[in-house]
Design a binder for this molecule. Structure first.
Ligand code: PMP
Length: 387
């Protein structure tokens, strides 16, 4: 059977057009983008072109784009960099309960180091941040609030405009991890005042290991570097630049600008067909998260009575994922689903389908057939265990 990849939120395939741009960058010769000679300057030109493309994706100024090694680093730089530069009277950071580990962990690290107090905003059963709870946590001592634009596990969209207004009203900084959003829905810094936005190449059919933290002229002055060295990227991210990766990120961003709307409409129809197909062929199928406010490509689905790990295993060669994180050999249920009020058992029955640019209609039919077989098999195995 033909392999089917439905794990775009984990990592999206590299677009061949992006690969071509990266190959040209790799072949274009030697030169450190920090050097003044002509070789170096050719690298600078390629990097600056990519900076403009990345800025255009989110309607930012190119001077606000700090290239780094992916969204994990962008999130760390935003939170730790802000805490390092914070005035003494602003020592509290507020993060949502459904943030990616690369936001949750640096926040907890700052807390443990005594560099910031950390509060967590809960989410509604639909998976969006609870604005009333945010209101109750905001005050003049808040340094920063970090709320993601779209959740990687459920695809649920947060009301970032409302969050940003509230954060601005108390003079705090708004950081938004838009890693899953930027490739799929419009996300404009000129429409929504976001002080720092994180993104990553491999979620937008670009390369992995490269991303950007996008700020504004004003917000960047509040950051302190986390990586110290030669002072690249406005002194905020030292290290010789990954020119081919950055060119790839720029090319990927440019394709998103051109193709996002038509791609998202096509992918949404495929995702809806997938969920309809699962529901019509199987009983006990539930969707996690608000179906009316979520990414067009994602479905978090719970198959009652079927262990998600076993379903994922039996779906092969169709690749989907569970929401649970495997750490040091023990499988933990998804923090995101627990925060939304699912029980541990329900979280362990949930899988994620995430589609994208190269998903074909026939692959959705294969995925439905394979999911039906896998779920029926796992349920039957459970039934036989009980006897
Ligand atoms: N934030 C979100 C919402 C993500 O989905 C991911 C990747 N799973 C990251 C951050 C980390 O991105 P990267 O792999 O580029 O470090």
């Amino acid at each position: 059977m033909h392999e089917v990849y439905l794990d775009y939120n984990g990592s999206a395939p590299l677009d061949p057009r992006v690969a071509d741009a990266m190959m040209s960058a790799l072949a274009s010769g030697v030169g450190n983008a920090a050097s003044v000679h002509r070789f170096g300057q050719r690298q600078v030109a390629a990097v600056e072109d990519a900076r403009e493309r990345v800025a255009a994706l989110v309607d930012a100024s190119p001077s606000g784009v700090i290239f780094c090694a992916g969204a994990t680093e962008a999130n760390n730089l935003a939170l730790i960099g802000l805490a390092e530069g914070a005035p003494a009277e602003r020592n509290r950071i507020v993060v949502s309960a459904v943030e990616h580990a690369s936001v949750r962990e640096p926040a907890q690290w700052l807390h443990k180091q005594g560099k910031a107090k950390v509060d967590v905003i809960g989410v509604t059963p639909g998976g969006h941040v609870d604005l009333d709870e945010l209101d109750s946590l905001l005050g003049p001592d808040v340094l920063a609030v970090s709320v993601m634009a779209a959740n990687s596990e459920t695809g649920v969209l947060n009301p970032i405009e409302e969050v940003s207004q509230r954060v601005q009203a108390v003079g705090a900084v708004f950081h938004c991890d838009a890693t899953q959003m930027v490739g799929r829905l419009p996300c404009s810094l000129s429409d929504i005042p976001i002080d720092f936005l994180s993104m990553s190449g491999h979620k937008i059919c670009g390369p992995g290991g490269v991303g950007a933290l996008v700020g504004t002229r004003q917000s960047l002055t509040q950051l302190r570097p986390v990586t110290h060295g030669g002072g690249h990227e406005r002194g905020l991210r030292s290290g010789s630049l990954n020119v081919a990766g950055i060119v790839g990120l720029g090319a990927a961003a440019n394709l998103v600008v051109k193709e996002r709307d038509s791609e998202s409409a096509r992918v949404r129809a495929l995702r809806d067909r997938l969920v309809d197909g699962l529901r019509s062929e199987l009983a006990g199928v539930h969707e996690n998260g608000d179906p009316n406010r979520r990414l067009p490509n994602t479905a978090s689905v719970r198959f009652e009575g079927a262990d998600a790990e076993a379903v994922v295993f039996n779906m092969d060669p169709v690749a989907i994922s569970t929401g649970s994180a495997c750490s040091s050999g023990s499988i933990e249920p998804s923090q995101v689903l627990l925060a939304m009020g699912l029980s541990r058992d329900e979280a362990f029955e949930s899988v994620r389908f995430s589609l994208g640019r190269f998903t074909a209609e026939a692959e959705i039919e294969t995925a439905i057939r394979q999911a039906v077989k896998a779920v029926e098999y796992v349920r039957a195995m459970n039934g036989s265990d009980d006897r």
